[in-house]
Design a protein around this ligand. Structure first.
Ligand code: AMP
Length: 283
């Protein structure tokens, strides 16, 4: 497995692959890898000649009072996990390499980011779009893999790729969960044992939503039921529970394909999860 820390080395690796006619699959991550990330890597390995993974904790997507400084970083462990899967290249640049100097150009979308997490985390998706654009320009993948766990991010990246004519296929991948239902996340490492138990209320709310007679039901009534499920956990504080359409606008009555989106603080840790109405649950 090749480990690149500079843009130059990465471009050289990419040029060698293109010369061989290899198709490149790409999985951008912030590291502290878990099965959710690894499922994306396995999918990429199975669909492309070579797979590149980036590990970069992106300062641009964290707000001033967020967890950038303490976000878990364990590159050596991540490298060995990726190597054991057969990953071909890891791009692990220091922050200065990607956003050093006087960067004056940003990718800013209007529309999809003005909802859900975008409202609570101003500038977050601008940071995501800017870094993903830079990574796409450096790695030049044929396909890029994103988890449905971060559904708003996935929809935004799909839209950005369409709007800016990136010649890249975005491949959405299913949410990977712990056996109890908790969606895997690097931020789960922040949870105490007690909080981890309580964090299952997010997936419990999703199960509840899926089991209700939701079709044509009032969204507000479903949300009220889910609020009660979440509030059964003493350490839970709801950031939002919303049911939205694919443009992320709130719906009055629920139809197949609408999205239940949850953001809940468990103690100090903010967790997100979602469910697309009509989809089979795998937990
Ligand atoms: P992150 O390292 O949190 O930026 O995530 C990198 C990629 O992994 C994103 O496309 C995420 O949506 C995806 N991902 C994170 N957690 C999960 C999960 N539990 N299931 C599926 N994909 C995930």
């Amino acid at each position: 497995m090749t480990i690149c820390t500079t843009i130059g080395e990465t471009r050289q690796w990419v040029a060698e692959q293109k010369k061989k006619g290899h198709r490149i699959g790409f999985v951008p991550t912030m590291g502290a890898l878990h099965e959710g990330h690894l499922s994306l890597v396995r999918r990429s390995l199975s669909e492309n000649d070579v797979t590149a993974v980036s590990i970069f904790v992106n300062p641009l997507q964290f707000g001033p009072n967020e967890d950038f400084a303490v976000y878990p970083r364990m590159p050596e462990r991540d490298f060995s996990l990726l190597e054991s899967l057969g990953t071909d290249m890891v791009f692990h640049p220091p922050a200065e390499e990607l956003i050093g100097g006087n960067i004056q150009t940003f990718v800013d979308m209007h529309g999809l980011p003005d909802h859900l997490c975008g409202l609570r985390r101003p500038g977050h998706f601008r940071g995501v779009c800017t870094i993903v654009t830079k990574l796409f320009n450096i790695v030049q993948p044929d396909r890029a893999y994103f988890g449905r766990k971060d559904l708003q991010q996935l929809l935004i990246i799909e839209k950005m790729v369409q709007d800016l004519n990136f010649n890249i296929q975005i491949v959405p991948c299913p949410i990977v969960r712990e056996p109890g239902g908790l969606a895997m996340s690097s931020r789960n490492l922040y949870l105490s044992t007690q909080e981890r138990k309580e964090a299952v209320v997010l997936s419990r709310a999703i199960k509840k939503a899926a089991s209700l007679p939701w079709e044509n039901a009032q969204a507000s009534r479903i949300i009220e039921e889910l609020r009660q499920v979440i509030e059964s956990a003493p350490s839970a504080r709801i950031d939002y529970i919303q049911i939205v359409d694919r443009q992320l606008n709130d719906v009055q009555t629920v139809s197949p394909g609408d999205i239940l989106a949850l953001a809940v603080f468990i103690g100090k840790t903010r967790l997100i999860d979602n469910y697309i109405f009509g989809e089979e649950l795998n937990f």
